[in-house]
Design a protein around this ligand. Structure first.
Ligand SMILES: Nc1ccn([C@@H]2O[C@H](COP(=O)(O)OP(=O)(O)OP(=O)(O)O)[C@@H](O)[C@H]2O)c(=O)n1
Ligand SMILES: Nc1nc2c(ncn2[C@@H]2O[C@H](COP(=O)(O)OP(=O)(O)O)[C@@H](O)[C@H]2O)c(=O)[nH]1
Ligand SMILES: [Mg+2]
Length: 194
């Protein structure tokens, strides 16, 4: 476990693609001053940098597959350490994507206090992503890749929720409603930490 992050308050934000994780995280940042780290955003920044590592990542992400565990974890850890002196806590968005990622995170960084499970129906997620794709410029917001991302979510990521349920830290949030309705439930869960 890392020294600088020893007492860090950590919230995992898990849910399917397009469920509204990023949207809710922004609101938690505004209200609670947490640091938002989206693993997808970190990877996209690496791709945008034009680095050799970024080129490899780009192809994997366009196929809707998972990039190697160590790559994402190192990026998250670096970003956490950079904010350690000023952060009230961390929202880790879009990670863990599989149980193994959670286990490695805990070995290298520490345990989460809460897992926010942002839950929407698959039709809702597809609809939101197709709409987001009109303006996002994301290479993976297209019908074919969305389908692969959803399949992988149900296969690899849903077991993560069951894994942490055993520890009693999962709060399931229905995200079919409006952004503000969803946030009122997210806020209750975050408040329960204090
Ligand atoms: N821990 C992670 C996070 C992201 N990715 C890669 O980055 C892509 C985009 O991740 P993210 O932005 O988190 O996408 P989604 O959750 O699918 O969508 P959203 O931004 O809508 O949450 C994933 O499909 C995957 O290829 C990954 O491999 N491992
Ligand atoms: N109606 C509705 N739309 C939402 C909600 N949350 C997010 N969206 C929309 O759904 C899309 C995906 O949201 P995003 O936060 O990027 O989801 P993520 O993929 O889980 O990070 C965005 O275009 C949002 O505008 C919500 O609670 N209600
Ligand atoms: Mg997102």
């Amino acid at each position: 476990m890392s020294d600088k992050l020893k007492n860090a308050k950590i919230i995992f934000v898990v849910g399917g693609p397009g469920s509204g994780k990023g949207t809710q995280c922004e609101k938690v940042v505004a209200k609670y001053g947490y640091t938002h780290l989206s693993s997808g955003d970190l990877l996209r920044a690496e791709v945008a940098s034009g680095s050799e590592r970024g080129k490899n990542l780009s192809a994997i992400m366009q196929r809707g597959e998972l990039v190697p565990l160590d790559t994402v974890l190192d990026m998250i850890k670096e970003a956490m350490i950079a904010k350690a002196d000023v952060s009230k806590g961390y929202l880790i968005d879009g990670y863990p994507r599989e149980v193994k990622q959670g286990e490695e995170f805990e070995k290298k960084i520490g345990p989460p206090s809460l897992l926010l499970y942002i839950d929407a129906k698959s039709e809702t997620m597809v609809k939101r992503l197709m709409k987001r794709g009109e303006t996002s410029g994301r290479a993976d917001d297209n019908e074919e890749t969305i389908k692969k991302r959803l399949d992988l979510y149900y296969k690899a990521t849903e077991p993560v929720i069951a894994f942490y349920e055993g520890r009693g830290i999962v709060r399931k949030i229905d995200s079919e409603g409006s952004v503000d309705d969803v946030f009122s439930n997210v806020a209750k869960a975050v408040d329960s930490l204090k």
